[in-house]
Ligand binder design. Sequence first.
Ligand code: DUC
Ligand code: ZN
Ligand code: ZN
Length: 468
Amino acid sequence: MSRIVIRGGLVVTAAEEVHADVLVEGGRVAALASHDSDPARGWTASADRVIDATGKYVIPGGVDAHTHMELPFGGTFASDTFETGTRAAAWGGTTTIVDFAVQSVGEPLRAGLDSWHAKADAQCAIDYGFHMILSDVNEDTLKEMDILVEEGVTSFKLFMAYPGVFYSDDGRILRAMQRGADNGGLIMMHAENGIAIDVLVEQALAAGRTDPRYHGEVRHALLEAEATHRAIRLAQVAGSPLYVVHVSARQAVEQITLARDEGLNVFGETCPQYLFLSTDNLAEPDFEGAKYVCSTPLRPREHQAVLWRALRTNDLQVVSTDHCPFCFVGQKELGRGDFSKIPNGLPGVENRMDLLHQAVVDGHISRRRWIEIACATPARMFGLYPRKGTIAPGADADIVVYDPDAEQVVSAATHHMNVDYSAYEGKRITGRVETVLSRGEPVIDGREYVGRAGHGQYTPRGTCQYLV
Ligand code: DUC
Ligand code: ZN
Ligand code: ZN
């Protein structure tokens, strides 16, 4: 059994910061001990490998609970495969993703899940699990939900947007929530009023408003807030918990805060793009704004402060990426002259841990909160804790040695995602991943990729660990 010691670093988890050496045995964390203690000296003497983390943070690998590798969307496919996307994730210090398998209308859940397994099997550099997108709620799919929960697919995304594609009406949503209340599945909601948005899209295009920035205008903040409110009340009626994905609008945060103050099991996620980018990006000239088209859309800059505050006050609990990259050339360009044809989504799986570390440097969140919102809480929310999301005896040795003082400039020229632009091009960041272990195996070693497709294992999940 291989023994690795990570020596001399500051171990940061959601719960604490300790100067400790970490012993890894057989792919798991075996023990922690203070630097100069007798046990730590003994480990170093007998280890197969000692990783020097002096002056560095030793943190749990990131858990990105919202990615879309190879997602079919708008007549094209998200440009990262499971191979390229999970490799890029590792470069950015993420060691687990939870991706979305998609049910097509008229098909069983099983067919969608099988096809996502086929895409990911033997391709991934890091561990992965699946949520299931429900596009067609009916008697059969409701029954299938029970089986999937038993198998470790314990969360289901529903859409109040995208009529004719992913959309579910309120009745279907209520039925799925009732089922989730019974079987322990967590309903994840894309909360935007897609029926109203489609009217505004039609009107904007008829009036010649075709540029990317109108994507943000028609997907009005109040239509996110309205849908968030409706989802909360439907969940309350069904007696089910609710996890609202990619929250971007101040008014939606207010609805979640209100629900939580009422004692409801309502949770919320936001994404780096809403914390660091704004409608200013969507308005960039020469169709450059298309790079920033995603849904929910980027909001005016003023919304950012509310999102940061909600992350501090725990009204929002998770930051994941909604990684869904489309190349500018040939993919985003499908929407030249018609913003509604721009495939929705942004790359980010490689950037999340660094951007959130920058938020620590900038004073938005504490170091431990960084780990909490990016590692521990997503692991707990989606039934992976304490195997993932922390550094503690028995946990998988998914560990990142992070240099908090390194300076980097984000660029498509140096990133590893399979996409021809960066949403954060030119952004200076303090902090950088140095070494990444996945179940004790080096994936990134001193800024070199040493991983392999197929190391990453499918990881069935338990149910949400925030519910009594
Ligand atoms: N939002 C996006 O931006 N892309 C894919 C799906 C979604 O909900
Ligand atoms: Zn969504
Ligand atoms: Zn998504």
